[in-house]
Design a protein around this ligand. Structure first.
Ligand SMILES: Nc1ncnc2c1ncn2[C@@H]1O[C@H](COP(=O)(O)OP(=O)(O)OP(=O)(O)O)[C@@H](O)[C@H]1O
Ligand SMILES: [Mg+2]
Length: 290
């Protein structure tokens, strides 16, 4: 069975794309035991740093740091693959192995970002020679006999529509959009939902799921403000679905605002309340993906 591919996207910054990618990767691989692969496609490298950086020293931790150095030295990074793809096109040959995919643990694997992704446009990459890259790259992973059969592949995308997000959107199964409960969150959501299809065409358009992240609670219940923006965003989703003739679901599950979420990522362990939120979110996504 081919893996389900999920792109975590919002062109608004700071809504929680990286946090959601990481928590979901952790929950899918640990709680449900799915073999999971995460990509950091953001040149800002937040997910790469969350996974590889030692908070106390400010340097890459030893295990990840050594692996990352080798990956760069032997030209096995995602950027190197992209360069080969640009030159080779249909004859794309790039052996994907342990120097491209980092094992966080047995069930959770990771392809980090690299600095060069910042300058793709300046390095002569264009939409036409990048659009098929992620599909072909994932195809290689799926067909490889020495890599695990991944159940899920997650992409943490950058807050701008760059060549790699274009390439992911043209081939993923689900676009997962975290939004925050505020006016600009709803405004950004409307802009995003009403402009995406035009950019992706003529590719088949993936399913879209939108959900509230950083949902404030009071006494265990969502605040009135959060409930207001949930109704607002649900309406925006319904209208955009009709207007653009695409599938959009506003998820009822929310991810609560929690002080400890950042520390949890750095320490590599998720507290039970965060796991519960992501479990529920995932259940709703899985139902929608069927
Ligand atoms: N549910 C949450 N509760 C509390 N804080 C959160 C939550 N989700 C994310 N944050 C915090 O919000 C900030 C932004 O999160 P994150 O980096 O994941 O956003 P992003 O959308 O990936 O940002 P960028 O657009 O820069 O890539 C971080 O400090 C993170 O810890
Ligand atoms: Mg991010």
């Amino acid at each position: 069975m081919s893996p389900k591919t999920i792109a975590v996207i919002n062109f608004k910054g700071g809504v929680g794309k990286t946090t959601v990618s990481w928590c979901l990767g952790k929950v899918l691989s640990e709680e449900t035991n799915w073999q999971t692969l995460m990509f950091d496609l953001d040149p800002q490298m937040s997910l790469t740093e969350a996974i590889g950086l030692n908070e106390n020293t400010g340097h890459l931790d030893d295990k990840f740091g050594k692996w990352y150095e080798r990956s760069i030295k032997y030209r096995q990074t995602i950027y190197d693959a992209l360069e080969v793809f640009k030159k080779a096109g249909q004859n794309f040959k790039f052996p994907i192995g342990i120097e491209t995919i980092y094992e966080i643990d047995e069930q959770l694997h990771f392809i980090p970002s690299v600095e060069e992704l910042y300058w793709l446009e300046l390095e002569g990459f264009e939409a036409k020679n990048v659009k098929d890259f992620i599909r072909r790259f994932v195809g290689k992973i799926t067909n490889s006999s020495h890599l695990p059969n991944y159940d899920f592949i997650l992409f943490d995308c950058s807050p701008s529509f760059n060549l790699l997000s274009y390439s992911v959107l043209s081939c993923c199964d689900l676009v997962l959009i975290p939004v925050n409960p505020d006016y600009f969150g709803s405004r950004g959501l409307s802009l995003l939902l009403n402009s995406l299809k035009r950019r992706i065409e003529p590719f088949p358009f993936p399913k879209i799921a939108v959900f509230m992240n950083k949902a404030k609670t009071y006494g265990g219940l969502l605040t009135n403000e959060v409930q207001f923006y949930m109704r607002e965003d649900k309406r925006i989703c319904a209208e955009a679905a009709v207007e653009n003739n695409i599938q959009i679901k506003f998820l009822e599950s929310t991810i609560r605002e929690t002080v400890g979420i950042k520390r949890a990522i750095n320490e590599g362990e998720l507290p039970a309340d965060i796991v519960t939120d992501f479990d529920e979110l995932w259940r709703e996504c899985a139902e929608y993906l069927k």
